[in-house]
Design a protein around this ligand. Structure first.
Ligand SMILES: Cc1ncc(COP(=O)(O)O)c(C=O)c1O
Length: 445
């Protein structure tokens, strides 16, 4: 039996109730699923409750959560202050057909902390954040073309679901990647409005941006690329994008939906590079559905309902709703610079311990990440961009992912993870020991 099949057999035996629920789910949800990022074969586990770092499933298994709802729950599950704020807000009403005062405080915190933010608007997902940021720069510049990096996920909408995980043999030259529409149903014309740059490649990015400068409405980049395994941009790469877009008068968008974990001012503060527009999600809503986009006042002014004929319309039943606002404000107020320092210390420590284990067992894999973010890479190549990420051994990835589930550890289904403020050093050591047992079972000893 292969190591993967052995892990799957153990998994099925330990999770009979999740399996039964998944069969029930399949009758009403395609594949039993509503969210690809939490789907895995043979079936996902169904969670009943969460506390701190612990997730309990319907079979009574308790796992240490290294996903934190895809980087969202930076203070862990059910932080008492966030729970109290939500309880209080429930007593005052969950949504209103007029603004609540909380949304102002929320905006003030982000404007104070994030270097690029002069004005901000709230939405309900990171997808809506990038959708509106792209609309913003198109409205502002009167142009359409967007430059994005190969292997970058910026949300689930047509304009940007291009070249996220393209088959390498259909993606053209590594130095001049072709735009690849990710799946059927996306407007094929969307690929004509995008140019693709290789991440972290200064020469190629400069050439591509200069060649298209006249048409570009924006360059969008994730300072720490989540899709390829929390891969940090080389500082020179971000600096080049900043210098070049300034010189050519092209707005620069940072997608900080994940990287807002790096410091209280986001990755832009961490790198010391300020974009024109920033997209947020995840952390800023304290666990509630959220997104936001903001930036220079002269761009954001287009959203002012009194701005005249150029006004960009933007409704949304739950935009800035009070439940998300109170959870967001409470979480952001808990996030002092000391908390970020400690998160980064734990991230550095965990990555180093994983590196040491890989060297000791001589496993053909690596680890990427920055600040509190990390990912296992099942390749001996240094992963710095999409093409190097695409060399991952997918079978080994699934073996380790399933093995860790059997060991009481949850990572994302792409073996990415992150630490929260409530993970202890002991949790990190337990992670590494669990990984050791999985790798030994897979034949590395
Ligand atoms: C970098 C980035 N941008 C945008 C999004 C979309 O956010 P949401 O899932 O809230 O729509 C994600 C989601 O993971 C993301 O990682």
């Amino acid at each position: 039996m292969s190591a993967l099949n052995a892990e799957i057999t153990t998994y099925e035996q330990a999770n009979p109730e999740s399996k039964r629920l998944h069969e029930r789910a399949e009758a009403v949800l395609p594949g039993g699923d509503s969210r690809n990022s939490i789907f895995w074969n043979p079936f996902p586990v169904y969670i009943t409750h969460a506390e701190g770092t612990a997730l309990t499933d319907v079979d009574g298994n308790v796992r240490t959560d290294f996903v934190n709802n895809m980087t969202t729950l930076i203070m862990g599950h059910r932080h008492p202050d966030v729970v109290a704020a939500l309880h209080e807000q429930v007593d005052h009403g969950v949504s209103y057909p007029a603004p609540s005062p909380h949304v102002i405080r929320w905006g003030e915190i982000l404007c104070e902390r994030v270097p690029s933010i002069e004005k901000i608007r709230f939405v309900n997902s990171g997808t809506e954040a990038t959708l509106n940021a792209i609309r913003a720069v198109r409205a502002y510049t009167g142009k359409t073309l967007i430059a994005k990096c190969e292997g970058a996920y910026h949300g689930n909408h047509d304009a940007i679901q291009i070249s996220v995980t393209p088959p390498v043999d259909a993606a053209g030259d590594a130095e001049s990647p072709d735009p690849v529409v990710m799946f059927p149903g996306i407007n094929p014309g969307a690929a004509e409005d995008i140019v693709i740059m290789p991440y972290n490649n200064l020469e190629a990015a400069e050439r591509i941006i200069r060649e298209n400068a006249e048409e570009l409405a924006a360059v969008i980049v994730e300072p720490i690329n989540g899709q390829c395994g929390m891969v940090p941009a080389r500082p020179e790469f971000l600096q080049l994008l900043r210098d070049l877009t300034k010189e050519l008068d092209i707005p620069l968008i940072f997608d900080e939906v994940i990287s807002f974990r790096a410091s209280s001012g986001g990755a832009q503060e961490w790198y010391g590079i300020t974009p024109d527009v920033t997209c947020f999600g995840k952390v800023i809503g304290g666990g509630m559905p959220v997104g936001a986009f903001g930036g220079k006042a002269e761009i954001m002014q287009l959203w002012d309902p009194n701005s005249g004929p150029d006004f960009v319309q933007h409704a949304g039943t739950f935009n800035g709703n009070p439940m998300t606002a109170v959870a967001g404000v409470t979480t952001l107020e808990l996030l002092t610079p000391e908390v970020y320092e400690e998160l980064e210390r734990k991230g550095d420590k965990l990555r180093q311990m994983i590196r040491d284990l890989i060297a000791e067992l001589e496993v053909p894999m690596g680890v990427t990440g920055a600040a509190s973010l990390f990912a296992l890479q099942f390749t001996t190549e240094a992963v710095t961009d999409y093409r190097s990420y695409a060399t991952n051994d997918k079978q080994m990835l699934q073996t380790v992912f399933t093995g860790l589930l059997n060991e009481g550890i949850l990572m994302s289904n792409r073996c990415a993870g992150n630490v929260s403020a409530v993970h202890t050093d002991e949790d990190l050591e337990n992670f590494v020991e669990a990984l050791r047992r999985v790798l030994v079972r897979a034949g590395y000893a």
